[in-house]
Write a protein that binds this ligand. Structure first.
Ligand code: NAG
Ligand code: NAG
Ligand code: NAG
Length: 255
């Protein structure tokens, strides 16, 4: 009997040690620091240090524009926002393809500077991954804007680069894809002619490539010149309501 209780107490202390080690590990993982005055937790620094797991960037506060008015479609505020953006950029349209390529060679910098969200943010979104095809042929900077807006780690993205796209553009796209395990270039590049079957062909190539990833629930086709009006969360809500139904536009040419 005595032997048994000794074994149990040893087990207990081993468990306690494991628990303590786990707690210490978690604390160091979060970079908890007691640098704040009077030994209080320095929450601001804790948050900033833990933040890279979700947002690898600092939010930018735009005080000149009322964002909630912009989102509700207030025409005056929209005009103000456009003007603000123009004034701020001094007519600069953004990085050229070689500059994007240079940025994408440092993935951490790319994710931080172009505000990529690297968490699925909610359980609901995490359980409802989406597959995208994005047909692109120019302006890596604009494609990057689109990708950073729709990117979530649970989704998967097939980027189709036009066969006749410039080399610098293709290299930039390859470098961007190399930064993310769930972004890839289509296995075959089609010479896209608008208004012909080749447009659908690119999407078929992507759809086939996307079969390599089995977990997604819905497929969304985009081009590099688009920008989302809904967040990933809103899309998940909408597509959940679809309950397996599809939203497909069918057109027919009469010639
Ligand atoms: C891209 O921008 C860089 C620096 O701003 C410049 O040196 C380079 O010539 C530009 N490349 C092209 C292809 O315009
Ligand atoms: C997907 O798998 C097929 C073979 O099953 C392969 O030919 C293709 O390159 C793969 N695509 C990607 C993007 O990995
Ligand atoms: C997505 O595919 C549908 C059906 O083929 C097509 O009507 C639509 O134009 C495509 N969207 C884009 C952005 O290419």
């Amino acid at each position: 009997m005595r032997g048994l209780s000794q074994v149990q107490s040893t087990k207990f202390s081993v468990r306690t040690v494991v628990l303590v080690v786990v707690v210490i590990f978690l604390m160091s993982g979060l970079h908890l620091s007691r640098r704040g005055r009077k030994g209080a937790w320095n929450w601001k620094s804790i948050f900033r240090k833990a933040a890279p797991k979700v947002f690898s960037w600092e939010p930018i506060k735009v005080t000149e524009v009322d964002c909630s008015k912009v989102f509700s479609g207030d025409k005056m505020e929209l005009r103000k926002a456009v003007q603000h953006e123009k004034d701020k950029s001094h007519g600069d349209v953004g990085m050229n393809d070689s500059e994007v390529l240079r940025l994408a060679r440092t993935c951490d910098k790319l994710k931080r500077e172009r505000t990529f969200i690297t968490s699925s943010l909610s359980e609901e979104e995490s359980n409802f991954p989406l597959a995208y095809s994005i047909i692109v042929y120019k302006e890596a900077n604009q494609v990057l804007n689109l990708l950073s807006a729709i990117y979530r780690p649970q989704n998967v993205y097939c980027v189709h680069v036009d066969k006749k796209a410039q080399k610098s553009f293709r290299f930039a796209m390859e470098a961007i894809a190399d930064c993310f395990p769930n972004v890839f270039l289509a296995s075959r590049s089609v010479d896209v002619q608008w208004g012909t079957f080749s447009v659908l062909e690119t999407e078929l190539v992507c759809m086939q490539d996307l079969w390599n990833y089995t977990h997604w629930k819905y497929f969304i086709n985009l081009t590099g010149q688009e920008f989302p009006l809904k967040t990933n969360y809103e899309l998940v809500k909408i597509l959940t309501a679809y309950n397996g139904a599809n939203d497909v536009i069918v057109s027919r040419r009469w010639w």
